[in-house]
Design a protein around this ligand. Structure first.
Ligand code: NAD
Ligand code: DAU
Length: 350
């Protein structure tokens, strides 16, 4: 029997993680703490509303008193910490918001867990969900391993690197039973359309320009979100305390090749002429400090815990497009209001 606090469960990855844990472990009690920022959306969790082992709490991870109270009330045995400000472009315009949630929020959770678990750390797990961006930017060759030195280069990745350091500091200093994973780019249903793939799907549907930063030659290693949360499940239950695991898809794409593939699949699904959507591709001003390439070596996770990605990219992207085409209402809701202002500010000058 476990009682688990998931933070950021109403976001993209958090909602898939919450769904997996609530459905796979009916004997666990799952509490989802989420501030419902622009990125959090309870529509992502509609199917879980009536699940007897699931509770939602609206609140901020930087609210130390609330977090302490939740530890008292629910006597958590585990934490899956997903809540974060997650978009690199937003970190360039508002770095302090990233320091607040990603650094101060993480330390608040660590401190509350340390106090609540004092003298009884056995069997507890504080799992911190992090990113490959902490390792910096690769050239044309090589991979990030768990031994790669940290070299964050955006305010987002600097805040995530800082939070990783705090997690390790609580392990070494207070023996807090922590685990960390650093994952590559995720894609799939419920992905907020500020990120490349859902933004392009949304714009292709609406026949709007597809903004490609710089020359489109930057490379990302894409992993289907359900494979990511499956890895988290395996590491949470079987990974070693104090260890870090890299998670990745061995699936590198330049941004331009990826967007062309999206256009190809969507033209065919929407019954449009071959090549029609590609005409929407528009090269725009590059992202400041744009990391060239990320690529993960996930050998440790495969060799020690037997995890492998389950989906080929073309299949995963096809499933993802189908989900967006079948969930237009979700897409309409998240792209109304605040999204329009964000889009205008982010793209009108590029
Ligand atoms: P997201 O932006 O979709 O969701 C973040 C969630 O956290 C939202 O529900 C939001 O409401 C909540 N939140 C934000 N600030 C909060 C606060 N102060 N208190 C409580 N809740 C708050 O993010 P995501 O893409 O699902 O990423 C989840 C985690 O995974 C992040 O830690 C991110 O760094 C990491 N990660 C993401 C990716 C990716 O490709 N998306 C890859 C690797 C790692
Ligand atoms: O690598 C893991 C990281 O992946 C996560 O930690 C982050 O939370 C997540 O947002 C993601 O970061 P990226 O910056 O790689 O993702 P994004 O979708 O914003 O951009 C992917 C690539 O596409 C990147 O090279 C920038 C480029 N891009 C992005 C947008 C939004 C464009 O060319 N045009 C765009 O409009």
């Amino acid at each position: 029997m476990q009682t688990i606090l998931i933070t950021g469960g109403a976001g993209f990855i958090g909602s898939h993680l919450t769904r997996l844990f609530v459905n796979k472990y009916p004997q666990y009690k799952i509490v989802n703490l989420d501030a419902l920022t622009y990125a959090g959306n309870l529509e992502n969790l509609k199917d879980l509303e009536d699940a007897p082992n699931y509770t939602f709490v609206k609140g901020d991870i930087t609210d130390m008193l609330l977090v302490q109270e939740l530890f008292r009330q629910y006597a958590f045995t585990g934490v899956l910490h997903c809540a974060a400000e997650s978009h690199v472009d937003r970190s360039i315009t508002d770095p302090l918001a990233f320091v607040k949630t990603n650094v101060i929020g993480t330390v608040s959770l660590l401190q509350a867990a340390k106090d609540a678990w004092a003298g009884q750390m056995e069997g507890k797990v504080f799992y911190h969900i992090s990113t490959d961006e902490v390792y910096g930017s690769l050239g044309d060759t090589g991979f990030f391993t768990e031994e790669t030195s940290y070299d964050p280069r955006s305010p987002y990745s600097a805040s995530k690197a800082s939070s990783d350091h705090f997690v390790r500091a609580y392990y070494h200093t207070y023996h807090l039973p922590v685990k960390i994973s650093n994952c590559s780019n995720n894609y799939g249903p419920f992905h907020f359309p500020e990120k490349l793939i859902p933004l392009c799907i949304h714009n292709i549907i609406n026949q709007k320009p597809l903004p490609i930063y710089g020359k489109g030659e930057n490379v990302r290693d894409w992993l289907f979100v359900e494979d990511h949360v499956r890895a988290i499940d395996v590491i949470f239950h079987q990974g070693k305390i104090g260890e870090t695991y890299n998670i990745g898809g061995h699936n590198e794409w330049t941004n331009i090749a990826l967007v062309i593939e999206l256009c190809r699949q969507m033209d065919s699904k929407l019954g449009r002429e071959k090549g029609e959507s590609e005409k929407l591709i528009t090269y725009v001003k590059d992202r400041a400090g744009h990391d060239l390439r990320y690529a993960i070596d996930a050998t440790k996770l495969k060799d020690e815990l037997g995890w492998l990605p389950s989906l080929q990219f073309e299949e995963g992207i096809s499933k993802t497009i189908d989900w967006y085409l079948n969930n237009r209402e979700w897409l309409d809701h998240v792209t109304s209001g605040g999204y329009k202002n964000y889009y205008e500010q982010q793209y009108h000058k590029r």
